[in-house]
Design a protein around this ligand. Structure first.
Ligand code: NAP
Length: 411
């Protein structure tokens, strides 16, 4: 009700009474606008408003609470000085506040690099308490986000976070997890990972964590580059690998997922194995093509096509991530090797089609319409010369001159 216009509950009876007696309605006796319940018979003097309501008496204060400046509504000599929204015992607003409070989490980000910091900005904006730990010293950046930074993982764990978020590189995940003093955490801590592969961390967490810990494997399928303008509509994959069967534990996992839901992510619940099968095609393929193109050192030209610009953007998007990340996509997703082999044979088959067409042209040039069988030694030599020219110059054969044995060779 805090954002509603003042609701004049019992307003008609108020007007009637005001008309009848021109009585002054006291704010002290009418904490809510249900004035028909609380109207004094004949208040002679306006008693001071209780402190809790005084802030709503000025138009400025009213506008701060999204109330019209005339929140002190006048009705023929009667002044209304309080509304529902102002009440400290307003059930709706208190319940909403309580819910919001319950959704707030103490999140420890382990691996405070590129992606960990990127996530931290949104977590902080949503009002969660942030702790961070990494191999390097990121304390000043953490401070700028309002996060407490711990160089020593023991100090981090002693803060008893609700959630430990593993955001370290895929390659270092196992070593980093082993370096955490798990015995210092609460026995029911929720572990979440955001690694770009999913079966590997799932097995790692299941085998390394005590049974009482909850596990949520997630993959926000976007990064600082692709989500520069917000997370709205971007896919967020998650698998509730192990969430204890109690309302509090379910609520905590949901509160974490809610961070992404609130930002408008497209929430995709999917098992880790299925994620990896899809991700080899979507993510590893994209990164591989981007990295291949990067080796060509492409640059913008005065005649860029839209397609070419897409390729330039792909290079930017993929190469801004660390090579460790890309390497992890290959090393820790068993589907990546197969994808790489398929990509290679796809390139071979496209090349073969081009070269087969080229040989067809050559064969016609060399053999069609001739009177005597070709001299194989000469033919082979001229064919080689011709093919080389085609390959080097990249254009159809130039006009040819006849040879003594009727085989044409380039000029
Ligand atoms: P990254 O290169 O994959 O990871 C960098 C983080 O790993 C840094 O915090 C770094 O620590 C830590 N690290 C690296 N080697 C380490 C080692 N030997 N020992 C201890 N810590 C080590 O880059 P990232 O982009 O920040 O990605 C982090 C995680 O998020 C990865 O698992 C990645 O798959 C996932 N992810 C990334 C994106 C993205 O767009 N970037 C999107 C979704 C998921 P220092 O801070 O101390 O250097």
């Amino acid at each position: 009700t805090t954002h509603q216009r003042p609701r004049l509950s019992g307003g008609s009876s108020l007007r009637k009474r005001a008309r009848e007696g021109g009585k002054m309605l006291s704010s002290s006796t009418a904490p809510s606008l249900r004035l028909h319940h609380h109207q004094p018979a004949r208040p002679r003097r306006r008693p001071p408003a209780p402190a809790a309501y005084r802030q709503f008496q000025s138009p400025a204060a009213a506008s701060r609470r999204h109330l019209p400046a005339g929140a002190a509504v006048r009705a023929r000599g009667a002044t209304i000085r309080a509304i529902d929204a102002a009440q400290p015992f307003d059930y709706e607003s208190r319940a909403a506040g309580l819910l919001e409070e319950r959704q707030r989490l103490k999140i420890a980000i382990v691996g405070f690099g590129n992606f960990g910091q990127f996530l931290a900005r949104t977590f902080a904006r949503q009002g969660h308490t942030l702790l961070a730990h990494s191999r390097s010293d990121h304390s000043s950046l953490a401070a700028s986000l309002g996060a407490a930074y711990f160089q020593d993982p023991h100090d981090l764990c002693e803060c008893h976070p609700d959630v430990v978020l593993l955001a370290t590189s895929i390659l270092s995940a196992e070593a980093v997890l082993r370096s955490l003093p798990l015995h210092r955490l609460r026995r029911s801590t929720l572990f979440v990972d955001v690694l770009s592969v999913k079966e590997f961390p799932k097995n790692l967490l299941l085998t390394s964590l005590p049974e009482g810990f909850d596990i949520l494997c997630t993959h926000p399928m976007f990064g600082p580059e692709s989500a520069r303008d917000g997370w709205d509509g971007l896919p967020f994959v998650f698998d509730r690998v192990r969430v204890g069967d109690s309302p509090a534990r379910r609520a905590r996992a949901n509160a974490f997922l809610n961070i992404f839901e609130r930002e408008g992510c497209r929430m995709v619940e999917m098992c880790c194995a299925e994620h990896d099968a899809h991700a080899a095609e979507t993510q590893f393929l994209t990164h591989t093509v981007g990295r291949m193109l990067a080796t060509l050192e492409l640059s913008s030209t005065p005649i860029n096509t839209k397609g070419y610009e897409t390729l330039l953007r792909l290079v930017d998007n993929t190469c801004s991530d660390s090579f460790d990340l890309y390497n992890g996509l290959f090393m820790y997703n068993k589907n990546s090797t197969d994808l790489l082999n398929r990509l290679e044979s796809a390139m071979d088959s496209v090349k073969k089609r081009l070269f087969d067409g080229l040989h067809e042209v050559l064969r016609k040039q060399l053999f069609e319409g001739k009177a005597s069988p070709p001299n194989t030694a000469t033919t082979g030599h001229h064919a080689d010369v011709h093919r080389r020219q085609l390959l080097l110059e990249g254009k159809p054969p130039s006009p040819s001159v006849p040879t003594p044995n009727n085989v044409t060779v380039p000029k």
